[in-house]
Design a protein around this ligand. Structure first.
Ligand code: ADP
Ligand code: MG
Length: 241
């Protein structure tokens, strides 16, 4: 049963056609690595899934919601979809725990004790149990990113979207964030991650979707990263080595 389905999605910004008919689907529990050169439309595709951008044509279905339906209840869609970006966007004046409990309390109207209990669980999941009372600036970049992931998890989403969440981090901090994502993948979370970490994609992804100039140019099991069939993917991978 697919959790996310894109069919022939097209999207332009002014005269620039960024998505030129993108189709792919993600089964429950699957990890999809969305790869491709800068400007190929990866972030735009991800943002369309959460309706941070509207599409011009085609369809997107997410957790049973028709995302392109103008009458869609965005609040309900976003209860099911967690999204984490390269920049952590934690509120600097709130502690880690307060950052995490904010949405459960305001959006889900959860009581403080219940929200705190969930914060404890998700902080343990990302290895930050001892940082609940710290402010973001007291954490390393990797810890802040893990706190941002915990904040998303606290809403108990059905699918997680990651957009180059390690791009701003040095290799050591990248490793600790990828480890958290890998554990999450092993726990059965459905996820789509835009990433430049080819070794990670090879190891963790159930499906690799390679975008080139606004289209899915090649897609398949992670083995396509070892045995690409198109010249473009082949070149993309070799540039990475
Ligand atoms: P990627 O994530 O693969 O690097 P993006 O989806 O961010 O690619 O961008 C694809 C193209 O769309 C780029 O040329 C980018 O400049 C353009 N683009 C993205 N967002 C906007 C926007 N809000 N307005 C205008 N152009 C945009
Ligand atoms: Mg991008």
């Amino acid at each position: 049963m697919p959790v996310v389905v894109l069919k022939d999605v097209k999207k332009s910004f002014g005269s620039l056609q960024v998505l030129r008919g993108v189709s792919f689907s993600v089964d429950k529990g699957d990890v999809v690595a969305l790869i491709g050169a800068s400007g190929s439309g990866k972030s735009t595709a991800l943002r369309c899934i959460d309706r941070l951008e509207t599409i011009d044509s085609g369809t997107i279905d997410v957790c049973g919601y028709s995302v392109s339906d103008p009458n869609l209840d965005l609040r309900r869609l976003r209860l099911d979809v967690g999204i984490v970006f390269q920049s952590y966007n934690l509120f600097p004046h709130l502690t880690v725990e307060e950052n995490i409990t904010l949405a459960p309390r305001s959006v889900k109207r959860m009581q403080k004790a219940e929200a705190s209990e969930i914060a404890r669980e998700v902080l343990a999941q990302v290895g930050l149990s001892d940082k609940a009372d710290n402010y973001p600036e007291q954490l390393s970049g990797g810890q802040q990113q893990r706190a941002a992931i915990a904040r998303s998890l606290a809403m108990q989403p059905k699918v997680m979207l990651f957009d180059e969440v390690t791009s701003a981090l040095d290799p050591k901090l990248t490793g600790e964030v990828l480890k958290v994502i890998e554990t999450l993948a092993a726990s059965g979370m459905t996820m789509i991650m835009v990433t430049h970490e080819m070794a990670f994609a090879r190891r963790v992804a159930d499906q690799v979707v390679y975008m080139h100039q606004g289209r899915v140019h090649e897609a398949g099991a992670a083995s396509i990263l070892t045995h690409p069939t198109t010249a473009e993917l082949s070149e993309f991978i070799s540039n990475d080595l």
